[in-house]
Design a protein around this ligand. Structure first.
Ligand code: GLA
Ligand code: CA
Length: 693
């Protein structure tokens, strides 16, 4: 009781908290220890939100000389002023760390994923690592907000250049950028936005890659076209400004309707599978609104992108962006990304796997180091997530169903969390000050985090065993693993299948640590290690008992992906969804979490929102909603020849650093340019054609 009171659980909460179980603990719940400070943390330079960009016409426009010479003069492309919108998006010079740039050079990415195809809107991954981020342009943009003070924060305009709210706050009118074109020259307009909404988000047979559903934008929300450059949202709540975040990457980035629509089952004889697979990785020159277009793909080798001649953003001198002519994505492993970036064979990495910290720091500290390395806040975290659906999501068998019931048992969850030695888990990744004790819930690096609202059940194996016994589990056959009670799943050993992403060393190390620690508790865990794509598919279809998941934006920013904090919709949660027909079988405390999230989304009052998130943190950690494993800072590694990389860019916050650094304005000074372009002076070709123009 003492500890709970002193952390304000009973006091600040309207919701009642149950405490009787406390007597069974050898050690009482407390708050997590203050994490250690770590070296080389970059400092962010804060700016006002409106200092980043604006939309306006400029007196003149420019492009790389070779584009004019080789393409415009030859009649292959209209002049640059006719390729740009009436009022392009203009990045303000004062917000550029190194100012106006020059054209040329390549950014060489290395990634661990593999592309399934280009149909993002139908759920295909392109292999991550910044590929889809660079192809996608979305109604709003949030990644650069890491440099804006939290109080000033509202998503930046992007494809939606402005918006107005109706007097009653239920309607939001968005004005789309006028005269912008897809990379093949076809106009972008409200039909692209409506195709995404009507035929991808609202079509139950289509699931966009980041899982947008109607609820992502609020229960009952609708969208309609007013004219070619105006769309109107209608919301059940008044002024739900929070939804502007859902209109950013990765939940509102429309694809090219002129290419996609003819393949969609509603407008063709295709099945949904055929639609999804209509644009395999070999399909080149997929029209995009992003700054570079895929022109070359070699399996297990490389994806090459060339500058989009119709890109609709410029600098204040009227130079059409991007500055960089080419992007590479070498198809390798995530660990290799770190190695290549510090060695100078790659240009960029999000250093996120602690196993590579020491070697990378050492190399980056050498005087001739090719790359800069700077740590950001402690925003990379991992949770153990339990499948909470007891009404059929993923069709579990008898054993699986019995595990779901256990997952929903609070004594069981307390046993699991108390049996975790988080210090040992962190140390197994990297020794030193980086990893911190993370009980679960919001990440300690977000502005919404409140340590005093965080309930931590310290490591206590004996206490954990007592909780397991309370959950009704005993080792009836004396082999060291607890059994189901007679009458459940044949009274066999409890066996839990844990889904793990095999593409990351860190995920595998954590998984092995969890298996070993659970064995000491008497719980047998079986690993289901899959590559990223298969793993995601397995998770989305609910075929897991437990899984290990790296935290996403709902825990690192709270305002991005907010609806994923609790099962507010049938398909919005990572670990608790409704079966095909049916509802989410919420546990009582989940209902409280859903209420909090809904209130948060509809509230515009910053103090109320902060207090709601303190409540969220208390309830979710007290009931052990997700089970934190560890958290630590990540570091951005970028080759030193690049300019305009904002100081202190976190590798992850509202989005990944590939977006936060605003790649379209990154450049290489003339005297530092390297000759990495594989397709010099080439531009993308026609959709579906092989190679460049
Ligand atoms: C993967 C990587 C991240 C980041 C994202 C971008 O998840 O692990 O570091 O590059 O892709 O989507
Ligand atoms: Ca047994």
């Amino acid at each position: 009781m003492r500890n709970l009171r002193s952390i304000g659980i009973a006091a600040g909460l309207a919701l009642s908290v149950s405490v009787p179980a406390l007597n069974a603990f050898a050690s009482e719940p407390t708050v997590p220890p203050v994490p250690a400070t770590f070296p080389a943390e970059g400092k962010i330079k804060y700016v006002a939100r409106d200092s980043v960009l604006e939309f306006k016409a400029l007196p003149e426009y420019h492009e790389p000389g070779w584009v004019t010479e080789k393409y415009v003069k030859a009649g292959k492309l209209p002049p640059v002023k006719d390729r740009l919108p009436k009022e392009p998006l203009v990045f303000k010079t004062a917000n550029m760390p190194d100012g106006i740039g020059v054209y040329g050079d390549t950014m060489r990415h290395v990634i661990g994923g593999r592309p399934e195809g280009w149909n993002y809107g139908a759920g295909q991954t392109q292999g991550w690592g910044g590929i889809d981020i660079g192809l996608s342009e979305c109604l709003t943009r949030t990644a650069p907000l890491f440099q804006v003070e939290a109080k000033d924060t509202e998503p930046l305009p992007n494809l939606a250049k402005s918006w107005d709210w109706s007097a009653d706050g239920h309607k939001l009118t968005m004005h789309l950028v006028e005269g912008a074109k897809w990379s093949d020259g076809v106009p972008f307009n409200a039909d692209d936005v409506m195709f995404y909404w009507d035929d991808e988000v609202m079509d139950p047979n289509v699931s966009p890659l980041n899982g947008a559903t109607q609820e992502t934008f609020g229960v009952g929300t609708t969208l309609k076209k007013i004219d070619d450059y105006t769309v109107e949202w209608t919301f059940k709540d008044a002024f739900p400004k929070q939804h502007l975040y859902a209109m950013a990457y990765g939940t509102f980035c429309p694809g090219p309707a002129h290419i996609l629509k003819p393949q969609h089952p509603k407008y063709s004889k295709n099945t949904y599978d055929q639609f999804k697979n209509a644009f395999p990785p070999e399909y080149m020159n997929m029209p995009v609104m992003g700054a570079w277009v895929p022109v070359e793909y070699r399996a297990d080798d490389i994806i090459v992108m060339r500058r989009n001649p119709y890109y609709w953003k410029v600098d204040e001198k009227g130079n059409q962006l991007p500055y960089l002519n080419e992007l590479h994505y070498k198809l390798s492993t995530w660990a290799d990304r770190d190695v290549q970036a510090v060695a100078g064979a790659g240009d960029f990495s999000n250093l996120e796997q602690p196993e590579n910290f020491v070697a990378s720091l050492k190399r980056a500290a050498e005087p001739n180091a090719p790359a800069r390395l700077a740590f950001g806040p402690r925003l990379i975290g991992y949770n153990l997530r339990l499948n909470f659906s007891a009404n059929g999501w993923g069709n579990p068998d008898e054993r699986g169903q019995a595990i779901r019931e256990l997952n929903r048992n609070e004594d069981f969850r307390k046993a699991v969390t108390m049996a975790l030695d988080r210090k040992a888990l962190g140390d197994s990744l990297v020794k030193g000050p980086f990893t911190a004790i993370y009980p679960g819930g919001l990440s300690s690096g977000t502005s919404f985090y409140d340590r005093k609202s965080t309930v931590y059940y310290p490591f206590d194996l004996e206490g954990a065993k007592a909780e397991l016994a309370k959950a009704g589990l005993k080792d009836t056959d004396g082999d060291g693993f607890v059994n189901f009670p007679a009458g459940t799943a044949g009274g066999k050993n409890v066996e839990i299948v844990m889904l793990v992403n095999n593409d990351y060393t860190t995920d595998k190390s954590l998984a092995e640590g969890v298996v070993a620690q659970m064995e000491k508790l008497g719980l047998r865990i079986v690993l289901n290690g899959l590559n990223g794509t298969q793993r995601d598919a397995t998770q989305y279809s609910g075929r897991f008992d437990w899984l290990i998941r790296r935290n996403e934006q709902e825990l690192t920013s709270v305002v991005q992906n907010t609806v994923q904090l609790a099962p507010v919709g049938p398909k919005t949660s990572w670990d608790h969804r409704a079966p095909e027909s049916g509802e989410v079988d919420l546990m009582p405390f989940e209902k409280d979490l859903v209420d909090i999230v809904n209130k948060f989304v509809s509230s515009a009052d910053n103090n109320q929102r902060a207090s709601l998130m303190r409540d969220f943190q208390k309830i979710s950690t007290e009931h052990v909603y997700n089970i934190g494993l560890t958290e630590y800072p990540g570091a951005l590694i970028v080759n030193k020849r690049f300019s305009n990389i904002p100081q202190g860019t976190p590798i992850f916050m509202f989005n990944w650093a590939e977006d936060s650094i605003i790649r379209e304005r990154v450049f290489v000074a003339a005297d530092k340019q390297a000759k990495y372009e594989l397709f010099p002076e080439e531009l993308p070709g026609k959709p579906g054609d092989k190679g460049p123009m």
